[in-house]
Write a protein that binds this ligand. Structure first.
Ligand SMILES: [Mn+2]
Length: 381
């Protein structure tokens, strides 16, 4: 069966070159989403001040923004003498090798060490409670649940929320929270925040990047953040096994120029056996789609990743002319116009066929003709 939203942690869309895109190419903004005001910030500061212990939670298969934001907050709270734990609900819980450099790893605890009824839980970069994985139940029973996020698709869970769809990364919101808490940026906190903003802006390349984003980065670098080392770890370091898995995935890739209303689809899949054969953990192939999506002939990219039980996790990307969130929603998933995902249990050929049909079904409603270079916007996580 199709279902299960797996890959919804993609980019905020509200700021994605909105003026350059036909309005109908963008998903309708959720009515309840508004930028945080002073009262929202204060209510979260009150929750933090009143809490006896705080659990800081990233989404499953955490990326640089989710884990960097949670660790930055953890380091800041520790500086204030507050008991804080960082966790995420994967089993097994593995910090991706590319994020092993993040300071504050000693704050990370397994799911079992998060209280069944946390005093205060704060989630970072989590657009949907299902992305909490094994921690979803504990989040639901928390005495206080605060959601800090920048996804336009965030449905607004949690008791208190700091959700800003205009922020290029959750790390930007954490920076503002620390400023309001009066916690100065040190090199460790800044390193975590830099990993967050660099990850989500694709090293300041994606359209969500603004002058303010660069000013934020400048403040972080001023603390002595080793940005060259971080960049090499985030973008330019993979295991040899990953390269072999990537090679096989590229060999398996298919280009369908007639799909997506003639805008083109490129797709491939990664069998679980490939990961086993090359000793590659599943979290290491999250970025594989960024290679496949380079194909100039395709507006839409689909990568299917097999889990040990044979189910598939589909990740999709579009370059700005197709709303892949709408296509994924038709398969029971979701996400954003340019980056979305879904789960499937019907095998590779049937899943690709279903996705192809979903793209076709979008028709003129969500497939907009690419009219200029300005409409070619892109985002990530
Ligand atoms: Mn993010």
């Amino acid at each position: 069966m199709l279902g299960r939203q797996e890959d919804a942690s993609e980019a905020p869309t509200a700021q994605v070159g909105a003026s350059a895109l036909p309005a109908h190419a963008l998903p309708a903004p959720r009515a309840e989403l508004r930028r945080p005001d002073d009262q929202d910030w204060q209510s979260v500061i009150d929750a933090i001040t009143e809490a006896r212990s705080i659990d800081l939670v990233a989404h499953v298969l955490p990326d640089g923004d989710a884990l960097g934001s949670a660790l930055a907050m953890g380091l800041a709270l520790r500086q204030r003498g507050v008991r804080a734990r960082v966790s995420f609900g994967d089993d097994p819980q593995v910090v991706p090798a590319s994020l092993g450099f993040l300071p504050g790893q000693e704050l990370i605890v397994p799911v079992s060490e998060v209280p069944d009824r946390p005093d205060l839980m704060i989630t970072f970069d989590v657009a949907d409670p299902r992305r909490l994985g094994l921690l979803q139940g504990k989040a639901e029973s928390a005495r206080m649940l605060v959601v800090i996020d920048h996804h336009a698709s965030n449905g607004g869970f949690g008791r208190r929320r700091l959700i800003d769809p205009l922020a290029p990364a959750t790390a930007v919101l954490v920076d503002e929270l620390l400023r309001r808490l009066g916690v100065p940026l040190d090199r460790s906190i800044a390193t975590c925040l830099y990993a967050g903003v660099a990850s989500d802006t694709g090293s300041f390349r994606y359209s969500a990047t603004t002058p303010a984003t660069h000013e934020f980065a400048a403040r972080l670098l001023a603390t002595g953040v080793p940005h060259d080392v971080i960049s090499r770890r985030l973008w330019d370091t993979q295991s040899f096994g990953y390269l072999k898995v990537l090679a096989a995935a590229l060999e398996r890739a298919r280009l369908e120029p007639e799909a997506a209303g003639g805008l083109g689809l490129v797709w491939t899949w990664v069998p679980w056996a490939d990961l086993v054969a090359h000793g590659v953990p599943p979290e290491e192939i999250e970025g594989l789609i960024d290679v496949v999506r380079k194909a100039a002939e395709a507006e839409v990219t689909l990568v299917l990743k097999e889990d040990p039980d044979g189910s598939l996790r589909g990740s999709t990307r579009a370059n700005g002319a197709v709303d892949v969130a709408a296509a994924c929603a038709a398969l029971g998933g979701g996400g954003h116009a340019y980056a979305a995902g879904f789960g499937s249990r019907i095998g590779v050929p049937a899943t690709v066929a279903a996705f192809r049909e979903a793209l076709t079904a979008l028709g003129g409603a969500a497939i907009a003709a690419r009219t200029s270079i300005n409409s070619m916007t892109e985002t990530k996580d």
